[in-house]
Write a protein that binds this ligand. Structure first.
Ligand code: PLP
Length: 388
């Protein structure tokens, strides 16, 4: 038997033209702060249908920049779903704001108008400045529903969208693309290698607000700006920013990758459909995470919900048995409100939706380089691991 390659839960797809694009960038005049940055920004803005895009060194940096650009600070509250990556919550803490964790729908893992309304109740009497829904796995949250509640609370909606590049949705009879910011102030993306397109490290904010875009650009580079008409050496700093720039080398890779987004998306959709078909006989012990009404995802994560107790198995056993068969898996995510830092800061909090999600979730391999029979292999390994 030939050894079959290990299937991680996610990985980049790098092809010859991606390599050539990076090599060309290395031979060009600018390794950073050159014209490829603006070219990548424009390409992303066009692809998602936003007026502006601002690149940054990674997704976490984009979230930090978003909080600074909105003037979020001490005394403010940000509402964040508990089922997300740490950075969604941490960005509020970077600027001194407090986090109120929203619960999630136990079957989709997403913040809903119901769970946001509950979080707003818990935040009552405090100044809620931002609400940061996450399009977990690539499924699109109910943006119009969340926006109505955020508006009513005087808060701004910022989409944490690293999972959802290429995802679309239809709400009522309005179609949208994630990143077009039809219902939000900004959307944040990451190009970490496991995400839908890769630049190594990298991130992007999209917005339709020219003033916000200018502020983000300034904060990304030390808070510096060049006053119009001033002498050529003159720069001004109105407030301290950071060095959160994305080099031209990474932007060149980003441009090459973005050109393949439709193909990557189609492949992800086909693989997800095959999972759906092969996993159906394993129900109700194993079910795909639920896609909410209106969402047309390009799935970043193929997450299943498993009744481990019903299958008389532990998740640790299943993860180990899958690994023995060369199948990677991951848990997205440990609810952030249970992290030691947040428990120490805010005390014990019971979020039953997040708990029910966390107890059952497991992410299986999904990336464009997988073959159809890799899906069969994963599902066979899962059958074995669960004793089907
Ligand atoms: C990946 C990710 C981030 C952070 O992006 P980095 O580029 O790794 O800093 C933030 N939020 C979510 C939901 C993510 O998946």
């Amino acid at each position: 038997m030939t050894a079959r390659p290990f299937l991680p839960y996610g990985r980049q797809t790098i092809e010859d033209d991606d390599v050539e694009a990076v090599v060309a960038a290395l031979r060009a005049d600018f390794l950073t702060t050159g014209p490829t940055v603006a070219a990548f920004e424009t390409a992303v803005a066009e692809k998602v249908g936003a007026a502006h895009a601002v690149a940054a060194s990674n997704g976490t940096a984009t979230l930090h920049l978003a909080m600074m650009a909105l003037g979020v600070g001490e005394g403010d509250v940000c509402i964040v779903p508990s089922v997300t990556f740490l950075a969604t919550a941490n960005c509020a803490r970077y600027v001194g704001a407090e986090v109120v964790f929203a619960d999630v729908d136990p079957d989709s893992g997403l913040m809903t108008p119901g769970t946001l309304a509950d979080a707003l109740k818990r935040a009552a009497g405090r100044r809620v400045k931002a609400v940061l829904p996450v399009h977990l796995r690539g499924d699109v949250v109910d943006l119009p529903g969340l926006k109505a509640l955020a508006d009513n609370a005087g808060a701004v909606l910022v989409e944490d969208a690293p999972h959802a590049l290429g995802s679309t949705a239809v709400f009522g009879n309005e179609a949208m693309t994630v990143g077009d910011c039809r219902w939000s102030a900004m959307a944040s993306f990451s190009f970490h290698p496991v995400k839908t397109i890769a630049t190594g490290e990298g991130g992007m904010l999209t917005t339709n607000d020219a003033e916000l875009a200018a502020r983000l650009r300034s904060l990304r580079s030390h808070g510096m700006s060049r006053p119009a008409g001033a002498d050529p050496w003159v720069y001004e700093m109105a407030e301290p920013g950071f060095n959160y720039r994305l080099p031209d080398i990474n932007c060149a890779l980003g441009l090459a990758q973005l050109a393949k987004l439709d193909r990557f998306a189609e492949r992800r959709r086909a693989l997800a459909a095959r999972y759906d078909e092969l996993l159906t006989p394993l129900g109700p012990t194993v079910r795909l995470a639920r896609s909410p009404e209106g969402s047309r995802p390009v799935l970043h994560l193929l997450t299943v919900l498993i009744d481990f107790a019903g299958a008389d198995a532990t998740r640790a056993d299943v993860v180990r048995r899958l690994a023995e068969q060369g199948v990677g898996s991951q848990v997205h995510y440990i609810p952030v409100h249970t992290q030691p830092y947040y428990r120490a800061r805010y005390g014990e909090l019971d979020l039953p939706g997040a708990r029910a999600w966390y107890e059952r979730c497991l992410t299986l391999p999904l990336f464009p380089g997988m073959a159809d029979d890799d899906v069969d292999r994963v599902v066979d390994a899962l059958r074995d691991a669960l004793g089907f």
